[in-house]
Ligand binder design. Structure first.
Ligand SMILES: CCCCCCCC(=O)SCCNC(=O)CCNC(=O)[C@H](O)C(C)(C)COP(=O)(O)OP(=O)(O)OC[C@H]1O[C@@H](n2cnc3c(N)ncnc32)[C@H](O)[C@@H]1OP(=O)(O)O
Length: 228
């Protein structure tokens, strides 16, 4: 894509855009913060050290807060009308919850298309814990929502999650690679029915079924995808 033709409806969902120099630094910053978030959980350190880190963090937070935030609406409009720049695409997608490489909270969750299947992988640390040693069920729901929504890359139409049903079949462990897959089961007008699954060490831990509702046009398969 050229510098001025990024289109929200054509951009692969939840996949990184090539970084420019500014975003290489933002990604480096987010990666460092992610390590801190991970290591802070029950870190064994003298109280003096905790005081020092807290002082530094407060100072740093004030410094960051003294800078304005880039407005989202104008860049969203440019992307929505197919006139976005690489910078716009980065400003939007690189901060996505769970998948954005500049989002310090993101694990990150990596997603890609494999034919008509959406695949994903992530390894989550103790900051994401629910039951001891396991990923929180609400976080599992969040990951599923993002994974299954990417099925919209296979169709025309873009919408929101209407319904998400989850069967937690086994605990999803922390610190182990979770493999994910999602498929479109069927399309009915503005509704897209999707199935999602998680696997750890070959064992299925989660089964989900969801319905996405297109905001405008009815969903229809893109060329080269769907039942031939
Ligand atoms: C564009 C990028 C978005 C990125 C999103 C990131 C992922 C998210 O976090 S999404 C946030 C969570 N989801 C939401 O907040 C959605 C909240 N709900 C809504 O806004 C609306 O209920 C919405 C848009 C889903 C549907 O409203 P509306 O467009 O008026 O639909 P409506 O005309 O009533 O119904 C259309 C069809 O969908 C069905 N339907 C409507 N809502 C639902 C639902 N929640 N579940 C299942 N089916 C539904 C209807 O039964 C109807 O079916 P049929 O045509 O067979 O009669």
């Amino acid at each position: 894509m050229s510098e001025s033709e990024y289109d929200l409806q054509q951009l692969p969902q939840s996949e990184p855009v090539a970084a420019n120099p500014e975003y290489r630094e933002r990604r480096r910053l987010a990666a460092a913060l992610r390590r801190i978030i991970d290591r802070l959980v029950r870190v064994e350190a003298p109280q003096q050290k905790l005081t020092q880190w807290a002082d530094q963090a407060e100072q740093w937070a004030d410094d960051v807060a003294s800078h304005p935030r880039r407005q989202q609406q104008p860049l969203l409009m440019r992307l929505w009308t197919g006139k976005g720049s690489q910078q716009d695409a980065l400003d939007m997608g690189d901060h996505d919850i769970m998948t954005g490489l500049s989002a310090a909270m993101a694990p990150p969750l990596e997603l890609w298309l494999d034919g008509d299947v959406v695949r994903g992988r992530a390894t989550l640390g103790p900051a994401w814990q629910g039951p001891p040693g396991r990923v929180h069920g609400g976080v599992v729901a969040l990951m599923l929502d993002i994974l299954m929504a990417k099925c919209q890359d296979l169709v025309h139409g873009l919408g929101m999650t209407g319904t998400l049903n989850i069967r937690y079949q086994a605990g999803t462990p922390l610190r182990k690679e979770v493999l994910m897959e999602a498929r479109i089961q069927r399309i009915e007008g503005r509704k897209m029915f999707v199935e999602g699954r998680f696997f750890v060490d070959g064992e299925q831990t989660v089964l989900a079924e969801g319905i996405w509702i297109s905001m405008q046009e009815p969903y229809r398969w893109r060329d080269g995808h769907g039942p031939q």
